[in-house]
Design a protein around this ligand. Structure first.
Ligand code: SF4
Length: 307
């Protein structure tokens, strides 16, 4: 007689897997299961970078899977919006209802009247802009430029570099200066923190540019709490400083970039004093940042997605 798989054998079994969420850390997980039910979610060391440490959100993911409030079947609203009254229907009825409405909208106003709204999370391979995109493109539906979170960063990176460049965690400790600009890894990139600590332990300087006093800002060598929306003038002032003091690597700029002279012109009016005043920060602190950046090599700037 065929034996049931270990997860359904009645014994506790540890299943090695990986976190499916839209998070770059890709933690390896060790999930204790009995008869197909999750008993415990823990990190495993198979992914050396995440090293057995996982975020609190996924550690308690079983509460989400088995929570009373989880939607487990399709239901249609009965009564006015907000009344919270729904009645259960079958999957066939739900699919029929949705497709007939989509076809009706397409026939009356055109398929572009439908926005297929979705973003990251636990969509997985089937619906992370893959088969779902195929469906909606065939249908002729309108397109979504994803979210205000990642779309501007993606567009800026593509325009500047032609791709989304990144620095591997293992390289951070080699930096003499790390600038965390609008990023809060204590909340949204927890596995970077040990690498930042290691960089500081080796004598590297950490600068945090963030209006908020984040946990990382408290540990930084320098925190620039600039006013929201003033990042560009602060960056231009640092550029101006580098050009004016002869610290810009002109040979590199000539060999690998286009438009450096226009950047120089653009930065020309942004003295450290003017930028500091607009950004609401101490001019001496901004000067220190510019000096640190000019003097440190290798230096690393990590921008958050919202910038
Ligand atoms: S940090 Fe959390 S969300 Fe990100 S991969 Fe690890 S377990 Fe998943």
């Amino acid at each position: 007689m065929p034996q049931p798989p270990p997860e359904f054998s009645g014994r506790e079994t540890i299943v090695d897997t990986a976190c499916p969420l839209d998070c770059p850390d890709s933690c390896s997980l060790a999930i204790t299961v009995r008869n197909g039910k999750i008993l415990k979610i823990d990190g495993s060391r198979r992914n050396a970078t995440t090293g057995g440490y996982i975020c609190a959100k996924v550690r308690r993911f079983d509460q989400r899977v088995y929570g009373d409030g989880r939607l487990q079947y399709p239901a249609v609203r009965k009564g006015p919006r907000g009344s919270g009254r729904f009645s259960r229907i079958t999957w066939d009825e739900a699919i029929e209802l949705v497709t007939s409405k989509m076809i009706d909208i397409r026939d009356r106003w055109g398929a572009e009247a439908i926005v297929p709204y979705s973003y990251g999370g636990s969509n997985g391979l089937l619906s992370q802009d893959t088969t779902d995109a195929q469906l909606f493109r065939r249908f002729g539906a309108s397109r979504l430029a994803r979210t205000v979170c990642a779309a501007p960063t993606g567009a800026a990176n593509m325009a500047l570099y032609g791709k989304m460049p990144s620095v591997s965690y293992e390289d951070y400790p080699h930096a003499k200066l790390i600038v965390m600009w609008g990023a809060n890894p204590s909340a949204s990139g927890i596995h970077l923190i040990p690498y930042l600590r290691e960089a500081q332990r080796r004598g590297g300087q950490l600068v945090v540019v963030d209006p908020r006093t984040t946990p990382l800002a408290r540990q930084a060598n320098l925190h620039l709490a600039l006013k929201p929306g003033t990042d560009v003038v602060v960056a231009l002032a640092v550029h101006r400083y580098l050009f004016e003091t002869g610290c810009a690597d002109e040979a590199f700029l000539a060999a690998h970039t286009r438009g450096a002279s226009r950047l120089r012109e653009r930065a020309q009016s942004w003295t450290l004093a003017r930028a500091a005043e607009i950004a609401g920060i101490d001019q001496v602190a901004l000067e220190r940042f510019a000096e640190l950046y000019a003097a440190s090599s290798p230096a690393l700037v990590r921008c958050g997605w919202g910038l």
